[in-house]
Design a protein around this ligand. Structure first.
Ligand code: SF4
Length: 505
């Protein structure tokens, strides 16, 4: 399809001037040469960009339904440099990391595996999440294509499924990748299981007696779950088997550690590598326990936004006749189903592996907390969620420190949320809040700012713990990860101590 217009006239002070007298056509990002792409069965689909565990699980899950998927390695500093070298100026940090990571992978295929650029372009395709929005997310595909063209992969195919359209996708590569309900259900299962395992790993690792034992146990669990996907075994049963592995990990949980909520822009807060200077591991090495942001949270926000938009649409209806708009009814049913499915699967998998105390983010509650500070109509990035997380953390004493990670150049997170957070910290002076930017460079400055905020958090964790009496007999159960009492204390060790005192374990 092309859009055309006739002669464009521009008037200047001398009268009419035919400035442009040729037909204008729609610009399209098409390769210079015609390319004969490989058939579906010979095409390899590349994915990536979530946590390390989730990318691996997604690969196993999608391969199990017959799709030829390969997960890219975690983006690192070299990816960032390639993104900067081949990308446009002025992009946000996740763009550089993710675009550069794909360029790096393809260059390795060419330079180390001996594939020609033509072969790579014909055989490979990259699938990413896409979407419309006020931030750069809506332009990712164009950015990928530009960088790949300049890196010598003109015509490399990029396909996206829009994160806000769920299972109803229409793409040009539809015939090549089967974006069917089965595809999305399998994908979401892998993401949710990855979330459950990640949350548990972050709860256990700071307290391991033998360094590396939690990571080894989690790797064994990943293999079990991957096998369950590949052999189409029961996933809940696989997670139940993971319990037996995790229970063998020796923990010393009565150590007062600062609890740090890591939130902010979705990718920057979630990635586990150079994209946020390995923030989670750095915090753990400095004596903290992290509360990570699960990918499910972003999923729930997308569902919440769809419902919010639908409510607004219905309010706009001026037609007073009693006709039912069936498209709205269908959307509402689908939204309810999606919410229910995510919650159901999370609860089921969490119970099986032994994650008992985790509450699925309640999007309505978070919206209610933040609406006086950040308009709910403003979507893009994490919308009102960053503000909501900080308020929730202070009101419910969830953490000793809240770190909001924002990529350099991020519009919604740096420019909008941060402006609002100063009002929030003003109204909630007890908040220990650090907003910090990741630029891909300047790690020393980043770490030193985190250390300064962490010092105060560690003090709070210690004081909270020392205010409680340590009983002479500590029941063994306290060190078992399956024992997860809830309490009003922020620190895990303080929660355990107070549960001994109150429940007389
Ligand atoms: S939210 Fe910020 S960092 Fe993320 S894609 Fe949008 S502009 Fe980039």
């Amino acid at each position: 399809m092309s859009i055309s217009c006739s002669t464009v006239k521009v008037t200047d002070k001398n009268g009419d001037l035919n400035f442009l007298n040729k037909e204008a056509t729609q610009w399209r990002d098409i390769p210079k040469k015609e390319i004969k792409y490989a058939s579906r069965k010979d095409t390899i689909v590349l994915v990536g960009g979530l946590t390390i565990l989730q990318d691996k699980l997604i690969q196993s899950a999608l391969q199990s339904i017959g799709e030829n998927f390969i997960a890219l390695p975690n983006p690192n500093f070299e990816s960032f440099q390639k993104g900067k070298a081949f990308g446009n100026r002025g992009q946000c940090n996740p763009t550089y990391f993710t675009v550069g990571n794909l360029v790096k992978y393809l260059q390795n295929l060419r330079n180390e595996k001996g594939l020609s650029s033509e072969e790579i372009v014909q055989k490979y395709i990259y699938v990413t999440a896409g979407g419309c929005g006020p931030c750069r997310f809506g332009m990712y595909i164009t950015e990928y294509k530009k960088a790949l063209r300049d890196a010598g992969f003109d015509g490399f195919r990029i396909s996206s499924f829009e994160h806000d359209k769920g299972i109803f996708q229409k793409t040009e590569e539809e015939a090549l990748i089967n974006f069917s309900p089965k595809f999305f259900i399998t994908l979401v299962k892998a993401i949710i299981i990855g979330d459950v395992m990640n949350i548990l790993a972050y709860k256990m690792r700071p307290y391991e007696v033998k360094v590396g034992s939690v990571d080894s146990a989690m790797e064994a669990c990943r293999l079990l779950v991957s096998e369950a996907f590949s052999k189409k075994k029961n996933l809940t049963k696989a997670l139940w088997d993971c319990r037996k592995i995790l229970e063998k990990v020796e923990l010393n949980r009565l150590q007062p550690k600062a609890k740090v909520m890591v939130m902010g822009e979705f990718w920057a807060a979630m990635t586990e590598g150079d994209g946020n200077y390995n923030l989670h591991r750095f915090l753990e090495a400095e004596g903290a326990e992290c509360i990570p942001q699960p990918v499910m949270s972003r999923l729930m926000l997308s569902i919440w936004e769809a419902e919010y938009d639908l409510n607004k649409k219905e309010q706009l209806t001026t037609d007073t006749s009693k006709k039912i708009d069936f498209s709205n009814v269908k959307s509402r049913v689908l939204i309810k189903l999606a919410k229910h499915a995510v919650k159901l699967h999370f609860t089921m998998y969490a119970k099986a592996i032994g994650l008992h105390d985790y509450e699925i983010p309640d999007m309505d509650k978070l919206a209610a907390l933040s609406k006086d500070y950040y308009t709910l109509d403003c979507e893009g990035g994490e919308g009102h969620l960053e503000v909501a997380h900080l308020i929730e953390s202070v009101k419910h004493n969830l953490a000793h420190l809240v770190i909001s990670v924002k990529p350099f150049g991020c519009m919604p997170s740096s420019a909008v949320s941060d402006g609002v957070q100063s009002l929030v910290t003003n109204r909630f002076p007890s908040a220990n809040f650090l907003s910090i930017e990741t630029s891909g460079e300047g790690a020393a400055n980043f770490y030193s700012r985190v250390q300064m905020a962490l010092f105060k958090a560690k003090q709070s964790a210690k004081e909270e713990f020392e205010a409680l009496e340590i009983p002479e007999d500590i029941p063994d159960k306290v060190h078992n990860y399956l024992y997860q009492p809830k309490g009003e204390k922020a620190g895990s060790a303080a929660q355990l101590l107070s549960s001994i005192q109150h429940r007389g374990l």
